[in-house]
Design a protein around this ligand. Structure first.
Ligand code: NAD
Length: 558
């Protein structure tokens, strides 16, 4: 018997289970990392579950214990890789006590049919409170004052701060945590502005948020707090030019993810007094290096990623994950699963090219609408009626991909859309294009309806065939730049030269127009994604009306 197996719970635990319960079919849940006692009690209270705590036993003992485990609960400390999954042949569900599942090989788990559930809401309040603590600490210069008093000084004038009451807080990203921070700000008598392209008017009204564009938020706010996920769209969201828009008396808080604020730009802004103060809980690289310029920057409060580090958050996360694992094992309820395919594996393989087309169309649509969508219509023609729900989920997965903090997949995409008040409709049409299998996504709710269409050709080849009013024929992969321009001579040359000067190679250039002399659309596949300033350069060309970038296959490591 292994050490870990010896850790089996007693037959009559404090949870009150009858001694005879061991005679029934029990499923073992192994704890690979420590879990708060409240979570353990939830599992123990289920008659058919047995909890084995292997959290202090090291990897080898853990692997031995997993031989007959049906459930596994980890935090960020345990690597759930192919080796571990091989050791756990009977595993049905993995619970991650927290949000991120970076330590779990999702592909390997999915391939083995192991459901993965996480606990996205458990640390919301604690993280919101930390953001608020940072806001107050930066506003009243608490950390600096503490250092000053300890150093023997008494600097009441030099340490004058800002009052929250009557001032304006700008919340960037009004999801779970952003909304909690906003509620606290209201209680302090603050006005709250929000920038979140995915925030519905109803939710903004319910939460008493004034929805504004990013520039307006930066210019009007006295305090700015970030609560967006780190995505292609939010990486470097606050850089030199955004910091320059802030009032010199403003204070910036980031308790979301490192990488959203350009750290060099922030250090310079603080150094030059362009910003009154800032507070950070998260960093591009953690732990923060010893010689990092932020450590020397003035008026800056630094904490070591403490958002979820409270007794209560750990308890709530434990309760949430234990409930999800119990429901999966006892009731077969996999609605919280991040990775469970909803059709049988054979059918799923057959329809995968179609789902991937839906996903990719969703990504293109997302770039066209900036996320402004209240209703998504999935129009289709062809033999796909059995998978239209999955197709809608795939389209939403692509559409929402760059906007959510926790993993998004076929199982949870519809629920996330619902949370964001996006209505989803499926519309079958006998014939909406000259293709046997055709899918069109239409988004309404923004300034105008946006439509993208695509077809699935033989052998699973996908084509992007419609963007707005334009008929195109291009493979939806890699990096696409969509250039809408006036249909006048010389535009292709100008665009090509602009990209050439920036040493960006063009792999494909497709041109479409509705009528001569009207508007035209260039769809350009480039070898690498374009940086923001190059997109600005293209947008500035005389005949160019609009430029959008669609990153369908982000480069590795991006
Ligand atoms: P959430 O998914 O509920 O909310 C994210 C919000 O950001 C959504 O409303 C979304 O519409 C919005 N958004 C997405 N892209 C945007 C963009 N480009 N511009 C503006 N808004 C955009 O997530 P959450 O649970 O509130 O978490 C928010 C952040 O907090 C995440 O980055 C998460 O990783 C981080 N977090 C940090 C800690 C910590 O320890 N400091 C703990 C938990 C969560």
């Amino acid at each position: 018997m292994s050490d870990a197996a010896a850790l089996k719970r007693p037959k009559t635990p404090a949870g009150g289970r009858a001694a005879g319960a061991r005679d029934r079919v029990t499923k073992r849940v192994v704890l690979a990392d420590p879990l708060s006692v409240e979570g353990i009690e939830v599992l123990r209270a289920a008659e058919s579950l047995e909890v084995i705590d292997a959290s202090q036993k090291g990897r080898e003992a853990l692997l031995e214990t997993l031989g007959d485990a049906a459930g596994l609960i980890v935090r960020s400390g345990t690597r759930v890789d192919a080796e571990l999954l091989d050791a756990a042949a009977g595993l049905e569900v993995i619970g991650r006590a927290g949000v991120g599942v970076d330590n779990i090989d999702m592909e390997a788990a999915t391939r083995r049919g192991v459901a993965v559930v996480n606990a996205p809401g458990g640390n919301t309040r604690s993280t919101a409170e930390l953001a608020f603590a940072l806001l107050l600490a930066a506003a009243r210069r608490v950390a600096e004052a503490d250092r000053s008093v300890r150093a023997g000084r008494w600097e009441r004038k030099a340490l004058r701060g800002r009052q929250l009451y009557g001032n304006t807080l700008g919340v960037i990203g009004a999801g779970r945590i952003g909304a909690e921070v906003a509620r606290r700000a209201h209680a302090f008598g603050m006005r709250v502005l929000a920038y979140d392209p995915y925030l519905s008017a109803e939710r903004a009204a319910d939460e008493h948020l004034e929805a504004v564009e990013l520039d307006e938020l930066l210019e009007r706010s006295d305090f700015v707090t970030l609560h967006v996920p780190l995505t292609d769209q939010t990486r470097g969201l606050i850089g030199f030019s955004e910091l320059a828009r802030l009032k010199p008396t403003a204070v910036l808080i980031n308790a979301a993810r490192g990488g959203i604020v350009d750290e060099e730009a922030l250090a310079v802004a603080l150094e030059q007094g362009k910003l009154a103060g800032a507070a950070l809980d998260v960093y591009g690289t953690e732990p923060l290096s010893e010689d990092h310029p932020l450590r020397r920057a003035p008026n800056l409060v630094l904490t070591p990623h403490l958002g979820a580090a409270t007794l209560e958050a750990q308890r709530e996360v434990a309760l949430e994950i234990a409930g999800a694992v119990r429901d999966a094992l006892v009731a077969g309820d996999l609605t919280a699963a991040l990775n469970v395919p909803q059709v049988d594996p054979e059918e799923r393989a057959q329809f995968e090219p179609l789902l991937e087309l839906g996903r990719r169309l969703g990504v293109v649509l997302s770039a066209l609408t900036d996320g402004r969508c209240r209703r998504l219509e999935v129009r289709y023609a062809g033999s796909m009626s059995r998978v239209t729900r999955l197709l809608s989920a795939a389209a939403l997965e692509g559409y929402l991909r760059s906007t959510v903090a926790s993993p998004l997949n076929l199982v949870n995409a519809l629920a996330v859309a619902d949370e964001r008040s996006i209505d989803v409709a499926r519309v079958h049409s006998r014939r909406i294009a000259d293709y046997a299998n055709y899918v069109e996504l239409a988004a309404t709710g923004g300034p105008r309806e946006q439509v993208v269409g695509g077809a699935l050709l033989e052998e699973g080849h996908r084509r992007l065939t419609r963007i707005g009013r334009f008929h195109v024929d291009i493979m939806p992969r890699g990096n696409l730049v969509l250039v809408k321009n006036r249909d006048v001579p010389g535009v292709i040359g100008e665009v090509g030269s602009c990209l050439g000067r920036a040493e960006v190679n063009i792999a494909e250039y497709h041109l479409a127009r509705t009528e001569a002399g009207g508007e035209a659309l260039g769809v350009i596949r480039t070898d690498v994604p374009l940086p923001r300033d190059l997109i600005d350069d293209l947008s500035g060309l005389p005949s160019v009306l609009e430029v959008r970038q669609v990153i369908l296959d982000p480069p590795p490591g991006a």
